[in-house]
Design a protein around this ligand. Structure first.
Ligand code: MG
Length: 402
């Protein structure tokens, strides 16, 4: 069975013929000296918890960083901190205790210079303490903050800097809880969104049933995706994907653990018609490229977990033309805008994830900057990458670092 056989057709994996070839050719020109880095561990309560195979999020922890330069300019970034519950405090401590001294007085032109230097100075330290990936999360947030700082210092918006003809990004609706399908799918369809990602792989919910209910609710021409958060074995992934193939999902995300043997990924890719997706737990361009060779068709770098903006744009320049980059994201408006900016830079073939669940850190912290209209979110027109948070509102959510 194939759903949505009429209406607007979305071609699978069309070559990115609209993709600009200057993703990594744009050049920064200002020389900037970093003064310091500040950390803002925050937490929102009272929203709606997305339920995923990994666990629930009873509150929304997050970690923002602000990098200040010697001219009085600043830039904001976000470090992934959704799990465990106090990851925001843990990473704030690491930035304060280990990273800050290395950033102080560093002079750069391109944010990549800062990341390269930090990796050269600190990779062995984080390897030794067993937190190499935590280091990558921090570097990702620092990279976004440096893009924001550098663009603001130069007096140019991201869209203008990247010479985007369309200063907005396509978005898709994600993390729709099983009990909210009937309300949230129609609501997001009304916002013009045409891709809907469902969390599957729970013991208490039948994945096929969730997909079937969602398929009934999706408007013609729209597509469903599923995310099982690395919870399946190869055998489970094969049978689970086979059971939903009739619904023609656009992709299956993290159908296997990111570190599953390459042979298992190859076997799964050959065993299913559903394109495989992943990336939120992949930490290098080389690893992403290995996964594309194993059959992964949709790459999902998370701007707050690996590489920041620089890494995602470098990845976009490195991947084969028939592989899609759809940024992963779940967090505050700061990281969300950075993720949307990556999609906007890549062009119409890239659609960015936006959580459907109530979260004040996405909808209130930076005003109404994340507003979906005709399926798109407009990028800010002012200088910088992101819209800085309202400091009074930020203070409401601030956690004490102790
Ligand atoms: Mg996911």
């Amino acid at each position: 069975m194939r759903i949505h056989t009429s209406g607007r057709k979305v071609r699978l994996f069309n070559p990115r013929n609209t993709r600009p070839n200057y993703l990594t050719d744009v050049r920064f020109r200002d020389t900037i000296q970093i003064a310091d880095v500040e950390v803002f561990p925050i937490r929102a309560s009272g929203g709606v918890s997305p339920k995923m195979a990994l666990g629930t999020m009873p509150t929304r922890p997050a970690l923002l960083v602000r990098i200040n330069d010697r001219s009085g300019c600043f830039g904001w970034g976000e470090v992934w901190a959704n799990f465990p519950p106090r990851a925001n405090l843990h990473k704030a401590h690491i930035i304060d205790d280990v990273i800050a001294a290395h950033l102080k007085d560093f002079t750069y032109t391109d944010p990549r210079e800062v990341l390269d230097a930090l990796r050269a100075e600190l990779s062995i330290f984080f390897l030794h303490v067993g937190q190499a990936q935590v280091f990558e999360h921090i570097l990702a947030g620092i990279d976004a903050a440096l893009w924001d700082l550098t663009l603001r210092h130069t007096g140019i918006s991201f869209a203008a800097f990247m010479k985007l003809s369309e200063p907005s990004a396509l978005s898709y609706a994600t993390s729709i809880n099983a009990e909210d399908l009937e309300t949230l799918i129609p609501h997001h369809a009304d916002l013009g969104q045409t891709y809907f990602k469902l969390k599957v792989g729970f013991a208490e919910h039948d994945s096929v049933e969730i997909v079937r209910r969602a398929a009934m609710l999706c408007p013609r021409g729209s597509r469903i995706m599923v995310d099982s958060n690395q919870s399946w074995t190869l055998a489970e992934a094969k049978s689970s994907l086979q059971a939903i193939e009739g619904f023609d999902p656009f992709f299956a995300e993290e159908a296997l653990p990111a570190d599953a043997p390459i042979a298992a990924w190859e076997e799964l890719a050959k065993a299913t018609r559903i394109p495989l997706a992943g990336g939120e737990n992949i930490y290098s361009i080389d690893h992403f490229l290995t996964m594309t060779r194993a059959g992964m068709r949709v790459l999902q770098p998370d701007v707050a977990k690996w590489g920041g903006v620089s890494g995602a744009l470098d990845l976009a320049d490195a991947v084969p033309e028939d592989v899609l980059i759809w940024p992963h994201f779940m967090g505050t408006a700061i990281g969300q805008l950075a993720a949307l900016s990556i999609s906007a830079a890549i062009g119409q073939a890239s659609v960015c994830e936006v959580d459907v669940n109530e979260n004040a850190l996405r909808t209130r912290l930076c005003g109404s900057v994340i507003t979906i209209q005709d399926g798109k979110v407009a990028l800010p027109s002012e200088p910088g990458l992101v819209r800085p948070p309202d400091i009074e509102i930020l203070t409401e959510y601030l956690e004490r670092v102790y």
